[in-house]
Write a protein that binds this ligand. Structure first.
Ligand code: NAP
Ligand code: ZN
Length: 370
């Protein structure tokens, strides 16, 4: 397969720079310290770079996991940590060889800012699975400046244009920011496993990812069932596109759906029982984990053997697919349901996320950074 056009920047233009400028941000200094203001350095744009003034940044549960070092064994946190990977903003400067963007354009950045672009996975448009590890938007090795990358809880970012997405000027920008992670993370597995008309699809957990999952599965034509631990979310779930809502701690209601799902997407952030969902799959049905609880979750193999069920995982999506998702959502009038916050409210927002109390994505109005 040819590399997608979006990642084919010639090697010789990938020069380095050590010139930087200061940028206001919010950062965590340890697992337990609340996020607080601080200044980071961004590189001056290289020829292939786009400098973006950040307008909005979504708040993903991954930001919370990462700042508290929940994933210590898999992705240890380097402090200070500036999270944020649902970024929408305006281009304020471009390098000489930038072709896709000009000053004044809208632009978006998701969970990755680079990858090796040459391995089998990158060439297949799956940079998120880069065999040499994609450079994630935060807490990843910064291959240009050294140290780690810093995310979107900041007023400005500089990214190679190959990893910058186009945003339509007809959409609500703040409500579009969450598509850059919650949107693509739910869209990508549903496309990969070919979710569509005639299928019964379960979405587990109505948070940031889950509510995008409900909207996208509905737009793809599936019969959508939302599983929730929060009975008070049922009305919203129907409004967002769920055909049925099941409160997952009601064993009788769960049993009514035994053996009936083609596909289940699990978007839960904390420990929970996977077996009760695996038992709901049809023969050859697949359950995909996008939620990333920090501890291992036990699985009874009989819930896989009986019915030839698959349990899989999926991580965000490639750059070309992210653009496809943005275009799909623009076409279908899909954005996130958001609660806008000022950056000073971020620590309270995290506490609410821990309680499953968000409707359905916090988005930071970045001008509140001052
Ligand atoms: P979120 O907005 O906090 O939503 C999580 C939802 O999970 C809650 O709203 C709640 O829904 C449910 N939940 C929470 N605690 C639960 C528990 N103890 N038992 C059962 N259900 C519970 O989080 P998010 O931003 O959507 O992220 C969800 C997960 O996906 C996180 O672990 C995040 O790190 C991960 N993630 C993965 C990827 C990837 O590439 N795979 C990308 C982004 C995020 P109800 O109230 O409806 O039960
Ligand atoms: Zn995320």
């Amino acid at each position: 397969m040819n590399p997608p056009a979006s990642i084919s920047a010639p090697e010789e233009t990938r020069s380095t720079t050590s010139k930087t400028y200061p940028v206001k941000s919010y950062m965590a200094h340890s697992t337990t310290s609340p996020l607080a203001p601080g200044t980071i350095q961004r590189r001056e744009p290289r020829p292939q770079d786009v400098q973006i003034e950040i307008l909005y940044c979504g708040v993903c549960h991954s930001d919370l996991h990462q700042t508290r070092d929940d994933w210590h064994d898999a992705l240890p946190t380097v402090y200070p940590c500036v999270p944020g990977h649902e970024i929408v903003g305006r281009v304020v400067r471009v390098g000489d060889s930038v072709k896709k963007f000009k000053e004044g354009d809208l632009a978006a950045v998701g969970c990755m800012v680079d990858s090796d672009r040459t391995c089998e996975n990158c060439r297949a448009g799956l940079e998120q699975y880069c065999q040499n590890m994609a450079t994630f938007t935060y807490n990843s090795e910064d291959k240009v400046l050294g140290g780690v990358t810093y995310g979107g809880y900041s007023s400005s970012i500089v990214v190679d244009e190959a990893f910058v997405l186009k945003v339509s000027d007809k959409v609500d920008l703040a409500a579009t920011a969450p598509l850059l992670c919650a949107g693509i993370t739910t869209y990508s597995p549903m496309r990969h496993w070919k979710v569509g008309k005639g299928q019964k699809v379960g979405i587990v957990g109505l948070g940031g990812l889950g509510h995008m999952g409900v909207k996208i599965a509905h737009a793809l034509g599936a019969h959508v069932v939302l599983f929730t631990t929060s009975p008070n979310k049922a009305t919203d779930a129907r409004r967002l596109g769920a055909d049925e809502v099941v409160v997952s701690n009601n064993a009788d209601d769960m049993l009514k759906h035994a053996g009936s799902f083609h596909f289940i997407l699990d978007a839960v952030s904390a420990e929970h029982d996977l077996n009760q969902y695996l038992a709901l799959l049809k023969r050859d049905g697949t359950m995909v984990m996008v939620g990333a609880p920090s501890k291992p979750l036990p699985v009874s193999v009989f819930n896989l053997i009986l019915g030839r069920h698959s349990l899989a995982g999926s991580g965000i999506g490639g750059i070309q697919e992210t653009q496809e998702m943005l275009d799909f959502c623009a076409q279908h009038g899909i954005t996130a349901d958001i609660e806008m916050i000022n950056i000073q409210q971020i620590n309270q927002a995290y506490e609410r996320l821990l309680k499953g109390d968000v409707k359905y994505r916090f988005v930071i109005d970045v001008k509140s950074l001052g």
